[in-house]
Design a protein around this ligand. Structure first.
Ligand code: PBG
Length: 332
């Protein structure tokens, strides 16, 4: 399987590194604009762009500005955008009803983007945390995260998003049975072409900190997410979760976070040969940006290198806050 080298000096591996032309010619993996999904944060209002302090360079945008950003992303060749709402705290409740409101922030943004750039794929996040008064991805009843009641709510949320025009549904909640329930609801309502990109192997991670600031869930979250998100020590379990979601009707799968879980990405791609994505999450982005701002690393180089690592590990694409910046670089 592995090729062997002739003994030195017949083989001088440096020959293949000796010029840019030869390096370009022999590179095994490429990073392309086609590999990018851009996560964006949506807020209320009009004409508003507000920075997220823990994610330098990332903005929360009002719907009109998200539409504008989506138009720019499409022009850069980015195939897909993923929407995350910053929900007004007054709309967060215990029953999370705002999650399936056809006119909630996310669904308004979907309609706006679809009207302006119909060919840009829109992905959504399905979980209750932006709408939940206690910051959890599922219903909390008597101090417990309740699985089956949550799945019913996630199905309503999925249908509202599909109705609004979402192309890719991204369940990020880690409840059991949700992919199957979503798939049969989508089929039942005639949404045969709506895709599910399941956050199948999602770990209970410290790397999500800045994201929870961005969507306003940090203060709200009571406790942790360890009874539904995975333990960072597990990899066999990740493979079981991927297999399960594929059997329930997921079209694509995701590993999250990314860089600290490249071994999982690699195993998933090798084992299942399905479209595999990684999420370069907020904490990964923040670490690169913070070090770059301090002059400790070359931010552009590390950004490209980290994204290349996902491709090399076997990922078909990456959700990354760097998407427009990378696209501009790659487009020259
Ligand atoms: C919530 C959700 C989270 C992220 C995506 N969807 C946070 C969490 O699970 O607490 C994290 C993304 C990131 O950190 O960039 N369902």
């Amino acid at each position: 399987m592995t090729s062997t080298l002739a003994p030195f000096p017949a083989a001088r591996p440096r020959r293949l590194r000796s010029s840019a032309a030869i390096r370009n010619l022999t590179r095994e993996t490429e990073l392309s604009v086609n590999d990018l999904i851009w996560p964006v944060f949506v807020r209320d209002g009009e004409g508003l762009e507000e920075p997220v302090p823990s994610m330098p360079g990332v903005l929360r945008r009002s719907v009109d500005r998200v539409v504008q950003a989506a138009t720019e992303a499409y022009a850069l060749g980015i195939p897909a955008i993923c929407l995350f709402p910053y929900t007004d705290p007054s709309l967060k409740t215990e029953d999370c009803a705002e999650a399936w409101n056809p006119d909630n922030l996310c669904n308004r943004a979907i309609r706006g983007i679809k009207a302006a750039v119909p060919d840009l794929a829109i992905m959504t996040d399905v979980a209750l945390d932006p709408y939940n008064i206690n910051g959890h991805d599922g219903f909390v009843i008597d101090g417990e995260i309740r699985n089956d009641e949550t799945v019913d709510a996630l199905v309503k949320m999925t249908l509202a998003q599909a109705e609004a025009g979402a192309d890719i549904i991204g369940p990020s909640d880690m409840m059991d049975g949700r992919v199957g329930a979503m798939r049969s609801a989508l089929e039942g309502r005639g949404f045969h072409n709506v895709k599910i990109l399941s956050y199948s192997a999602k770990y209970a991670s410290g790397f999500y900190g800045p994201f929870r600031d961005a969507v306003g869930a940090s203060g709200a979250l009571k406790g942790d997410k360890k009874t539904y998100q995975m333990d960072p020590g597990n990899s066999d379990e990740a493979l079981r979760m991927i297999a399960r979601d594929l059997r329930e009707g997921a079209d694509m799968v995701m590993v999250k976070p990314g860089l600290a879980y490249l071994d999982i990405c690699h195993q998933v791609k090798r084992e299942y040969r399905v479209p595999t994505f990684a999420y370069q999450v907020s904490g990964e982005y923040a670490m690169i940006q913070a070090a770059a701002q301090n002059g400790w690393i070359n931010g552009e180089q590390v950004m490209l290198e980290s994204l290349m690592a996902f491709r090399r590990a076997g990922c078909d694409g990456v959700l990354t806050y760097f998407a427009p910046q990378v696209a501009r670089l790659l487009n020259g």
